[in-house]
Every structure is written in structure tokens, then in C-alpha cells.
Write a protein that binds this ligand. Structure first.
Ligand SMILES: [Zn+2]
Length: 433
């Protein structure tokens, strides 16, 4: 039976190993008992939140969506702007396909949906610190600027009053779940996407598996209950499918390395006496556990070959924490990752990358940024604990366990549940829908 409503909850950085605990909780337990699952889901490369969420919406890898990293390549700027506007995704999303089929769509803080009002009827975007800058005294303006639907401004105003406008977890998640539940209650969209990030946040701050991570899973269970209760209150419980999925795992790390310090020492980056970047011929953008190396003139074969030799030499020294140097062609072939970079560095799995070009090349742990911390991601999708996916509802058969799937399958699964055409999605729908 085709469902009339689909709720998709992306629990950032939830992994299969978490389900041993999660199944003891009321809502996760209910969905796992009454529904079906794909145990381990291979994600895209780089395994970063914004690229993966763009792929979830499109069924296409980063080389097609154009969302190749969390942040844009802006050499010399350590605060590179994030990819967050829906129009930055270079292909159609499930929202476009759903609208074309006459369905109503909603997204509450799903990455890369800002200003996506042309195909999202009920939109609360992610409002990043750069969006909030200058609007701290009137935060609703930042929500208006990033495309929050006019009909939701009273809900967002109330959420701002209750939970504040910061990016701190779990207040950030409470804000979002309050809004998502209100959107379902009031507008009953056919499609609702939302993205609590507390588990990911706790892993970055405290490591892969521990009591505090479990506490964040327990809170997330409560939030999913709130969403499900909103469906029940509207009497639509039996017409609603719910999918819980995740975007990537994480790996425990112990240090950070700065490939731009190496590139500067090798003469490819020039900086002044205050360490401001003056010019560059090769520059690495950190993706956490991988880094994308851009060349000023990628068509210059002498530059290309000399940078490649230098990076290979760097990787050969264990101190530089680099397991492999991929060419652009190799990552395109292996992972469908393609962009303006010429090389991709893959970490040794215990070392994360920084964008810094000044100061020491090797650094101790630092929890101030997602790229560092006790655990992080961005690595090759085969490594470490894997993301997972499970679902229940009228479109989902009960008790099917699929051992292995791919993140690009999810968009096809959404389309099949909604009964809409989405031929662009490269994966295939889960066999239990
Ligand atoms: Zn994530």
C-alpha cells in the first residue's frame, strides 16, 4: 500500500552498533520490532554531513550534486562558507519530484535546503552561525533571510523563545523537533524531512562509544516519539511511514595534521610575515578525515606532477597521517566524487586534517570544530562503523533484515513509498517497501 505521508529522520552519525542499545528504547525499539531494516549502509565519499544529505535528497553522488565538501573552497579563509542553499545542488531533489506529483513537502533543518521555497512548502532551513551574524538581537530575521516559509514564522518565533537561536546541542535539536512536530500537526505534509545532530555532536566531543553517546541516543528516541505522537494526534498514524537513517559513521582520532603547512614549506603556498596567505599554487581543503587538494593551474602538467610527487612523499612519512593520495580521476571512478580539485588525501584513520597553513604541522586534539575532536569523519566510506536505516509503516513489510545497502538507495526508497517517479536516483529501493 502506498502511504500518504512519509517522515524521514536523519540521526546524524548513528551507526549499526548503536542499535543494540537503541532497540531497548521505546521509539527505536518499536520501529525495529514492527518494521524492517538495512543493517549497514555504505555512504558516499567524502563521508561528510552536507554532501551526504545532498545525496540523500537526490540519489546521486557528490560529483553529480556538486556538494563535494561541507564548505566551499576559499583559500586563505579558515572560516569557509558552508554549502547550504538548495540551489547549490546541481540536480533535482526528491522535493522537486514530490511537488511535480502534486504532493506537499516539508523540511526542518535538513542540510542544504536554505531558500528552497520553490519546491519545499514548509521550510525551516539550517541557520548557520554566518547566517545569524548581525541578527543576534532579532534572530527571526536570519530565518527569514534563509527562506523560512512565511506560514511557519509564528512556530519559529515560539521555538526561538523556548530554545534560543544558538547552535548548541541539544537545544538546537529541541528547537527543530518542536518545529517539525508543529509542521506535521498543522499542515500534514506528505513528505517531512528532519535531521537531529546530537549523536554526531556527542561523538565528536567524547569519542565513538560511551555513556554520553548513549544518552544522546536516548534523547533522540524521545524526539522521534514527539514526531510520531504528532502524527498520531492528527489521526494519521496508520497512513504514515517513518524512516530512520543516518549519514555516516565516525572514526576515533588522536591528532590533527596541516597539509597546507607541508605545501607552504614545499613552496606552493606563500604567506606574509603575519601569516596572511599571499598566493598559492596548491592548497588543501579539509574534509575532516580526507582533504581535497586544489591547484592554481590544474592544466599545468609540470605543476601537477611536482605537487603529486610532493604529496606522495608526504604520505610516505608516517608522521603526516596520510594513508593514500588519490587523483581526481581515481575518486571519480571509485566513488563518483568529482570537483575542481586535482587530488584527495585520505587520512590514516587516526589523524584529521586542518586547513591551517601557519604554525605547527601536527596538533593535539581540539574539540572546537567538527574536523577535529575525539572522533570525526570525512573518510572513505568502507572504514569503521557504518550508518544504518530502518523503517515502519503501511508501505513497509515487517521483519525483513537486509545486511548491506547503499546511501544512494534511499532516494529510490522514498520515491517508491510516495509512489512518484524519480528516475535520476542511482540506487534501488529497499526490498521491503
Ligand atoms: Zn553528519
Amino acid at each position: 500500500m502506498k502511504s500518504k505521508h512519509l517522515i524521514v529522520v536523519s540521526v546524524d552519525a548513528l551507526v549499526f552498533e548503536d542499535l543494540e542499545y537503541a532497540k531497548t528504547l521505546p521509539m527505536f525499539g518499536k520501529i525495529l520490532r514492527e518494521g524492517s531494516m538495512v543493517e549497514r549502509v555504505k555512504t558516499i565519499y567524502p563521508s561528510l554531513t552536507h554532501p551526504v544529505h545532498a545525496s540523500l535528497l537526490t540519489g546521486c553522488p557528490a560529483g553529480v550534486t556538486g556538494i563535494v565538501s561541507n564548505t566551499h573552497f576559499t583559500p586563505g579563509n579558515l572560516e569557509s562558507p558552508w554549502y547550504n542553499r538548495l540551489e547549490e545542488i546541481r540536480c533535482e531533489t526528491i522535493f522537486h519530484a514530490a511537488k511535480r506529483a502534486g504532493l506537499s513537502t516539508a523540511s526542518c533543518r535538513w542540510p542544504v535546503t536554505a531558500n528552497g521555497g520553490d519546491c519545499i512548502d514548509y521550510l525551516v532551513p539550517e541557520v548557520l552561525p554566518a547566517d545569524m551574524a548581525g541578527h543576534e538581537d532579532n534572530p527571526i530575521q536570519a530565518y527569514i533571510n534563509t527562506g523560512t516559509s512565511e506560514c511557519l514564522l509564528d512556530i519559529v518565533t515560539e521555538a526561538l523563545k523556548r530554545y534560543g537561536h544558538g547552535n548548541d546541542h541539544p537545544a538546537y535539536d529541541e528547537f527543530q523537533i518542536y518545529c517539525a512536530a508543529e509542521i506535521f500537526r498543522r499542515f500534514r505534509p506528505n513528505l517531512l524531512f528532519t535531521h537531529p545532530g546530537y549523536v554526531d555532536h556527542m561523538r565528536h566531543n567524547t569519542g565513538l562509544f560511551n555513556e554520553r553517546v548513549n544518552a544522546s541516543i536516548k534523547e533522540t528516541d524521545r524526539w522521534i516519539s514527539m514526531l510520531w505522537n504528532a502524527a498520531a494526534e492528527t489521526g494519521l498514524e496508520n497512513d504514515t511511514d517513518i524512516i530512520i537513517l543516518s549519514d555516516h559513521g565516525q572514526l576515533g582520532i588522536s591528532r590533527t595534521v596541516c597539509p597546507n603547512v607541508f605545501l607552504r614549506d614545499a613552496g606552493y603556498i606563500q604567506a606574509d610575515e603575519q601569516d596572511h596567505l599571499v598566493s598559492w599554487d596548491a592548497y588543501a581543503l579539509s574534509c575532516g578525515l580526507s582533504a581535497q587538494v586544489y591547484l592554481s593551474h590544474p592544466e599545468d602538467s609540470a605543476l601537477y606532477n611536482s605537487v603529486r610527487d610532493s604529496l606522495e612523499k608526504m604520505a610516505a612519512k608516517k608522521d603526516w597521517g596520510t594513508e593514500r593520495v588519490f587523483t581526481r580521476e581515481e575518486v571519480k571512478e571509485l566513488y563518483g566524487l568529482d570537483g575542481g580539485f586535482s587530488f584527495v588525501l585520505e587520512s590514516d584513520g587516526v589523524t584529521s586534517y586542518s586547513d591551517e597553513w601557519a604554525g605547527p604541522a601536527l596538533r593535539e586534539l581540539d574539540t572546537s570544530d567538527y574536523r577535529f575532536g575525539h572522533a570525526t569523519h570525512g573518510h572513505m566510506p568502507e572504514k569503521g562503523p557504518q550508518p544504518t536505516m530502518f523503517a515502519m509503516g503501511p508501505s513497509v513489510r515487517k521483519g525483513v533484515i537486509v545486511p548491506q545497502g547503499h546511501i544512494l538507495d534511499h532516494a529510490a526508497t522514498f520515491a517508491k513509498i510516495l509512489g512518484i517517479d524519480f528516475p535520476q536516483a542511482q540506487g534501488k529501493a529497499a526490498e521491503f517497501v
